[in-house]
Design a protein around this ligand. Structure first.
Ligand code: NAP
Ligand code: SF4
Length: 677
């Protein structure tokens, strides 16, 4: 498709719009995200490469991760600040690189308030957050005034560093949001009580930044469009805040959805695409400056539909920009099928940050690691890849794109391997995008794909290939339990692939990612077209936001089956699921009556069900079916055969090591190997 037809496909998304004194070249904003790049060696070089790639890829406006305006505002000890005395040079490096590629850049100013993970923690009131053990010290009047001053000083420094403006972080439950919501503000002075008093902090920050820096400096205010917490703001209160901030001089609203402590998932894969657009659509009718939609917008058609529908003026994408820096460019060139789509797994972005590691991306291991990959062309080689799961697809597509001549041998009649399991799990349909992306790259590079080939050592004459890569994946582990061959016992493969009919009472052996995925699969009821409504009802989201925080009684879905998960370890079942997604899965399954038993000793399986001992008590779980999700073993049959013949091969993914295998490791290994060839 030509670029001009692409503009017909995404006419609004690709069109410019004026904001304050600036014109943004299209409607795509790269939202703020903490990456922890600033903690790495050579932070300037790495941040320049990271942000520069996104600017070059067509984003109109980039917003940095949050910088706090003073010590108390830091998220953690050593967290980024921009205060008097801080070096502006690293900022200028990033800003210049972004400007060089025609994009604008704002610095986010974030005061963490009661979310701070350090001892100098302050808040509006002395009310602790449920996700932080530290109790905040209420700020004095003088401290509040000084903090407003600090926001202004930081904005001045940002202007001196060359930023086009700032984003004032007023959502997600950080300090500014703590002022606006009754949940966290029980003050009786001029900063609490009436809506006007609670809004004063936000209004003063915006008013004074505008007065100090004049009309050319972009001021974006990130407003909480729905708090999703008890005693959060109502629609009426949000509207009053928006109008006051607009009158104080903001140029544009970005929107946040839910506080960090909200009991509702807001960005994970289980949230349907654009599910929260109702909140920004509602607010857009109230304000007269442009407004940005965010959360689970990951493809250009989703964005275009929101814009065309009048929900927003811009879309913000943070994770999709990690996944593909060239998102906008590909939309402009009319090839959305080449976009490496964010699958909302959080595995390598949020979960890494929560465990103090620099973010990257499951589908794009080069994200935040741009400087580690040598893009210089290599001497083309003949490569054989056996197996087309995530590891095989990653090495094949990357090596072929780098000019190598790749032959891909696949035993089955379609590409994808374990991706076909993941994409069947309710809420994980984004894996379809992963598959589409890889297949498209392999077709584009004209890889020689041979289906239906169960490769043996005879397929590899000495010297036929410069490198043989084994990506044959895993074999499910069959635990040594008496009666394991009983007809009621089925493998997770058979269940997820729909090869067996599963009864009403089900025991699942194994509580890893796959055990939980199978539990989700077996207890889910498909709501087809009504997925968004169903999601909103399941979590009790009041789309009119008349209830404080936009929360009403939740209506957990009922399960068509009674499911119990078992594990041998004494630890809390499901504790090794993703940090930012595990709680969602555990809560959801609990709501459907799924139970989990730890410390089980399996005795046998027979017509009565699963016999086990727990805490010394002998028990029987009467099950129609027992699903085995007991981990995997590497499938090394071909690798062993080649070794016996003296042929060298490199194993990646599950074929290399089955423990703790996931798509993250498989794709990382595949991509890194392709760069090393
Ligand atoms: P896993 O996480 O290693 O879990 C295997 C489970 O099987 C454990 O609960 C283990 O618990 C049990 N087990 C192991 N050996 C057993 C034996 N001999 N007899 C009975 N039970 C046994 O493996 P997985 O669930 O297959 O997942 C594979 C990988 O994919 C993991 O790295 C996982 O994180 C990843 N994955 C991730 C997600 C996600 O949502 N992020 C989803 C799917 C898969 P006990 O030893 O305590 O019994
Ligand atoms: Fe998206 Fe997952 Fe990549 Fe994060 S790690 S950006 S959620 S695909």
């Amino acid at each position: 498709m030509s670029p001009s037809s692409a503009h017909k496909l995404y006419p609004i998304l690709l069109s410019p719009l004026r904001v304050g004194a600036h014109t943004l070249r299209n409607r795509v904003i790269m939202g703020s995200m903490h990456t922890r790049l600033e903690h790495e060696s050579e932070p300037d070089k790495r941040q320049r490469a990271f942000y520069g790639a996104r600017a070059k890829g067509g984003a109109a406006l980039i917003i940095t991760g949050g910088f706090s305006p003073n010590e108390a505002g830091r998220l953690e000890p050593g967290g980024p600040t921009l205060m008097a005395g801080d070096d502006l040079a690293p900022h200028r490096t990033v800003v210049d690189e972004v400007h060089k590629h025609g994009a604008k850049i704002l610095m986010q100013i974030l005061h963490s308030g009661r979310y701070a993970k350090h001892d100098n923690i302050v808040g509006v009131s002395s009310i602790r957050s449920p996700i932080n053990p530290r109790v905040p010290r209420p700020m004095t009047n003088e401290e509040i005034d000084a903090t407003i001053d600090d926001f202004v000083k930081t904005a001045v420094l940002a202007s001196q560093a060359g930023y086009d403006g700032v984003e004032i972080m007023g959502s997600e439950g950080y300090l500014i949001n703590q002022f606006t919501a009754p949940r966290t503000n029980d003050r009786t002075d001029r900063w609490g009580g009436s809506v006007e008093n609670r809004n004063r902090f936000s209004v003063e920050i915006v008013r004074r930044i505008r007065a100090t820096l004049g009309p050319d400096f972009l001021v974006m205010y990130r407003i909480s469009a729905i708090d999703l917490v008890e005693r959060g703001s109502t629609a009426d209160e949000i509207d009053q805040l928006a109008l006051a901030v607009q009158a104080a001089g903001a140029d544009i609203f970005n929107t946040g959805i839910g506080w960090h402590e909200a009991p509702v998932p807001t960005i994970a894969f289980s949230v349907p695409r654009a599910a929260f657009s109702f909140a920004v659509r509602r607010l857009r009718k109230v304000v007269s400056i442009p407004i940005v939609a965010s959360n689970r917008i990951n493809m250009p058609d989703v964005a275009e539909n929101l814009l065309a529908d009048g929900a927003c003026d811009f879309v913000s994408m943070a994770r999709p920009m990690l996944a593909d820096p060239d998102f906008v460019l590909k939309a402009q060139e009319g090839r959305p099928e080449d976009i490496n789509t964010c699958i909302a797994c959080n595995q390598a972005c949020l979960d890494f940050i929560f465990s103090d590691r620099t973010a990257t991306c499951l589908v794009n291991p080069r994200a935040c690691r741009e400087t580690e990959f040598d893009e210089a062309p290599r001497q083309p080689k003949r490569i054989a890849v056996i197996g087309s799961g995530p590891a095989g697809l990653a090495v094949t597509s990357t090596a072929a794109a780098r000019g190598h001549q790749v032959t891909l041998l696949e035993e089955h009649d379609k590409l994808g391997g374990q991706i076909h399991l993941a994409r069947r799990v309710p809420g994980k349909t984004e894996f379809n995008e992963m598959l589409r992306y890889f297949i498209r790259q392999i077709e584009r590079a004209k890889v020689d794909v041979r289906f239906g080939v169960r490769a043996t050592a005879d397929d590899f004459a000495p010297g036929a290939y410069d490198r043989i890569v084994i990506a044959t994946g895993i074999l499910p582990r069959k635990p040594d339990i008496e009666g394991i061959d009983h007809p009621s016992v089925v493998s997770y493969l058979d269940v997820l692939l729909g090869r067996v009919a599963v009864g009403k009472r089900v025991a699942i052996i194994g509580t890893g990612g796959i055990g939980y995925d199978v539990a989700e699969f077996l207890t889910h009821v498909d709501h087809g077209e009504n997925a968004v409504d169903h999601f909103l009802n399941e979590y009790g989201i009041d789309t009119s936001i008349t209830a404080p925080g936009g929360l009403k009684a939740a209506q957990p879905a009922s399960s068509p089956r009674q499911v119990t998960l078992f594990q041998r370890r004494q630890s809390r079942p499901g504790e090794r699921l993703g940090v930012s997604t595990g709680w969602i899965l555990r809560n959801r399954l609990r709501g459907r009556g799924v139970t989990a038993i730890g410390g089980a000793v399996y005795e046998k399986i027979d017509d009565h069900g699963l016999h086990y001992v727990v805490d010394g008590d002998r028990k029987v779980f009467a099950a129609d079916n027992i699903v085995i999700c007991a981990g995997q073993l590497p499938n090394t049959a071909l690798a062993d055969e080649l070794k016996r013949r003296g042929l060298e091969a490199t194993c990646i993914g599950g074929a290399e090591r089955a423990e703790e295998l996931d798509a993250l490791r498989a794709i990382q290994q595949g991509v890194r190997l392709a760069y090393d060839l």
